[in-house]
Design a binder for this molecule. Structure first.
Ligand code: FMN
Length: 210
């Protein structure tokens, strides 16, 4: 499947076949494909809570507008964005710096420069940190949906949930924001998928050319 086909084939499918499981191996493949998504300074400020047990999916559904796809789909990811992953001392920052040093991309002597660059871009205010986390995790979430399509899976993104409730119930780390719930599984072929939705045209999207 090429990118164009995947972009066209991906849909937010409302109905999942509850009788078709997805193996953990397939879910891990999906996650590792999606992890090819780009991120600022390659900081990868994303993580996932994978919810598969019927009890935990039921608990999540209660916090997510009672959306049936949460319990119908075999797997639901809570996609997390970490506002602090740019900060020196954070495991994300440290892992990234270690990898850059090991690959020769950045010498140990550049640590101070790198820490300051991250701070000046992402640490100016809570808005900057939140934007850093959410934009990068958003790219990752989109990659998850496209990778699911490539693997023959269907998916459904959801904003309709109680942020505070999900944080409490699923022990979301303090520095993270739950950007999305993503149900993954197989479309229930006994149901009818809504026709493709309208999209803005290039003329509407490009505000002006300067
Ligand atoms: C960030 C985000 C949040 C969404 N939240 C919900 C939701 O809570 N419930 C729902 O039924 N659909 C939700 N959707 C699905 C959108 O309605 C859907 O993607 C859009 O109508 C376009 O349809 P398509 O994905 O099939 O092309 C969400 C989509 C995104 C990207």
């Amino acid at each position: 499947m090429d990118v164009k086909e995947a972009l066209r084939a991906r849909r937010a499918v409302n109905f999942f076949d509850p009788g078709r499981p997805v193996s953990r191996e397939t879910l891990d493949r999906l996650v590792e494909l999606a992890a090819l998504a780009p991120s600022g300074f390659n900081l990868q400020p994303w993580s996932l809570i994978l919810v598969t047990s019927p009890e935990r999916k039921a608990a999540l559904r209660k916090l997510a507008w009672d959306q049936p796809k949460i319990t119908d789909a075999p797997a639901v990811f809570i996609v997390l964005a970490d506002r602090e992953a740019w900060r020196e001392g954070h495991p994300g920052f440290e892992r990234n710096f270690k990898e850059m040093a090991a690959s020769g991309a950045m010498g140990e002597d550049r640590r101070g420069w790198f820490a300051n660059a991250c701070k000046s871009l992402y640490g100016q205010s809570i808005e900057h940190s939140q934007a850093f986390a959410c934009k990068n995790a958003g790219f990752f979430a989109m990659s998850l949906m496209l990778a699911a399509t490539e693997l023959g899976l269907d998916s459904h993104p959801m904003d309709g949930f109680d942020q505070d409730g999900v944080r409490r119930e699923f022990a979301v780390p303090e520095s993270c924001w739950a950007i999305l719930l993503l149900a993954v599984g197989y479309f229930d072929r006994t149901k009818t998928l809504a026709p493709p939705k309208w999209r803005k045209t290039a003329g509407e999207i490009v505000l002006r050319e300067e």
